[in-house]
Design a protein around this ligand. Structure first.
Ligand code: TYD
Length: 227
């Protein structure tokens, strides 16, 4: 019997250092014989990648931004995430809906209740819950890379041409970080908080510990594969 699919999202403010660890984790799961779907938001499908390019580059009002993000998410869920989970893949997704609450909700000041309604609409998966009921798709685990906005800004400085979000002031990222903390407080069982101020290997160890604890990664693989 194929193993159950597992959905893991990676979150944090820009400059928190998620990327290398997502790659490392994909390798660790593959070394363990698991099929991995590595994807990202906004994006992950041809349509959603077009929406990503707009959201990251074009000026627009806050509601338009939110609607484009959720439109991209709907396409991504239906085309990529749900089929991968049904196959039994480990789905590693660079950002998901917590980012919308943190960036659009807390960063931009967009209404959290409206975001909650859109979340219900977009992540509703008919017929896949117990007894054929519908349920709200959420990541099984969200790794939150937590670090102070000042430090993230230092890490990002001069790295490349900033997009519409990376160009925001430190104040914006302070609000975004608070948004993530609020999402964690509302669903603590879904989150593992990673101290992203530490050096790379110490961050990697925290990540693998969170996965070993859940029985999703063997200790041997977590020790041998490190980015
Ligand atoms: P990011 O994930 O940081 O990718 P990269 O490191 O390749 O630039 O970029 C995506 C940006 O989009 C990031 O600044 C956060 C923002 N974003 C939102 O504002 N809301 C969302 O719902 C999502 C998924 C991302």
């Amino acid at each position: 019997m194929a193993p159950a699919g597992i959905f893991i999202s990676f979150e944090g403010i820009d400059g928190a250092g998620k990327s290398t660890h997502i790659e490392g984790l994909a390798q660790a799961f593959r070394a363990q014989g698991r099929a991995v779907t590595q994807t990202r938001e906004p994006g992950g499908t041809p349509l959603a990648e077009k929406l990503r390019a707009m959201v990251l580059a074009d000026a627009m009002d806050d509601l338009t931004e939110v609607l484009l993000l959720f439109a991209a998410r709907r396409d991504h869920l239906l085309q990529v995430i749900e089929p991968a989970l049904a196959r039994g893949d480990m789905v590693l997704c660079d950002r998901f809906t917590d980012a919308t609450f943190a960036y659009q909700g807390s960063g931009r000041g967009f209404d959290w209740q409206v975001l909650g309604q859109l979340e219900q609409w977009v992540q509703n998966t008919p017929g896949q819950g117990a007894g054929g009921t519908s349920f709200l798709r959420q990541p099984d685990l969200t790794l939150w890379f937590d670090l102070p906005p000042e430090l993230a800004a230092q890490r990002l400085a001069g790295a490349r041409l900033p997009d519409r979000f990376e160009a925001q002031p430190v104040e914006f990222f302070r609000r975004v970080a608070n948004g993530y903390a609020q999402r964690l407080a509302a669903a603590p069982g879904r989150f593992a908080s990673i101290d992203a101020t530490l050096e790379r290997h110490a961050v990697w160890q925290q990540i693998t510990q969170a996965l070993v604890r859940r029985g999703w990664l063997s200790i041997m693989v977590s020790n041998t594969k490190r980015p």
